[in-house]
Design a protein around this ligand. Structure first.
Ligand code: MD3
Ligand code: FE
Length: 217
């Protein structure tokens, strides 16, 4: 018998899906480093706890958030903005960990965006029922840089619309370890997350965490 036949490694080549002009989904890109991402994230959250922010309209967001990097995205009664200080602690946001920067810039390169150096990372934590309604990301000063996002834990239905709110969103399942790169014309598409379904993930339990890496300044 030919033993070599059984030594062959399966082809784990990444599945890369083009979602729209400039937007790519790198299936499983961060799967092999999920434990390191999570332990690094726990250290960040210990310094800047997850919290439910308030929308300018006065509603409590169902997604719990925190940040690391030079600036962090915040929302309160006065509006949305980036700020160098965590309003909960009064301290600067924790530094962007090296492995976060490295993962995000490798993913951007894979999608065709060279030299992406994020300066902000928004941490979104979803529990069953939490959702993010359709919106555009407009608060970043550098509008030419892509956004890189990594999904961890429970899967979610990502709603990917177009440049106008009236374009009906397409639905994509985002799984643990998936990384998406959003640049070019699609950078300003409407998007959101459908209410998270209950479930149990071996690494994160009954939660989904999404990290978005941006060049905000
Ligand atoms: C498409 N977060 O924080 S990440 C957000 O899963 C946000 O928590 C979602 O939308 C989440 O603003 C989706 C994927 C994402 C991020 C930014 C985008 C998709 C995008 C910007 C333009 C188009
Ligand atoms: Fe967004």
């Amino acid at each position: 018998m030919n033993a070599d036949l059984f030594d062959e490694q399966p082809d784990f080549s990444l599945q890369q899906v083009c979602l729209d002009d400039g937007a790519f989904l790198l299936r499983g890109f961060a799967e092999n480093m999920d434990a390191e991402l999570m332990s690094t994230l726990e250290n960040v959250i210990a310094q800047a706890p997850l919290r439910h922010m308030t929308t300018p309209g006065g509603f409590r967001m169902s997604v719990a958030m925190s940040n690391c990097g030079q600036v962090g995205w915040i929302s309160d009664r006065n509006g949305y903005r980036y700020d160098a200080f965590d309003p909960e602690t009064g301290r600067p946001w924790p530094d962007l960990p090296e492995i976060f920067i490295d993962m995000a810039s490798r993913a951007a390169t894979r999608a065709g965006y060279e030299d992406f150096l994020p300066d902000a990372c928004l941490i979104n934590c979803y529990e069953p029922g939490a959702r993010l309604s359709l919106h555009q990301d407009m608060d970043e000063r550098d509008k030419s840089a892509p956004i890189v996002s990594v999904s961890l834990g429970l899967s979610a239905v990502f709603l990917f619309g177009g440049s106008s709110r009236t374009i009906r969103p397409k639905r994509y399942q985002l799984l643990h370890g998936d990384v998406a790169v959003w640049g070019g014309p699609s950078r300003f598409n409407f998007h959101g997350i459908a209410p998270l379904l209950d479930g149990y993930h071996p690494v994160l339990g009954r939660k989904r965490i999404n990290l978005t890496f941006r060049k905000a300044l």
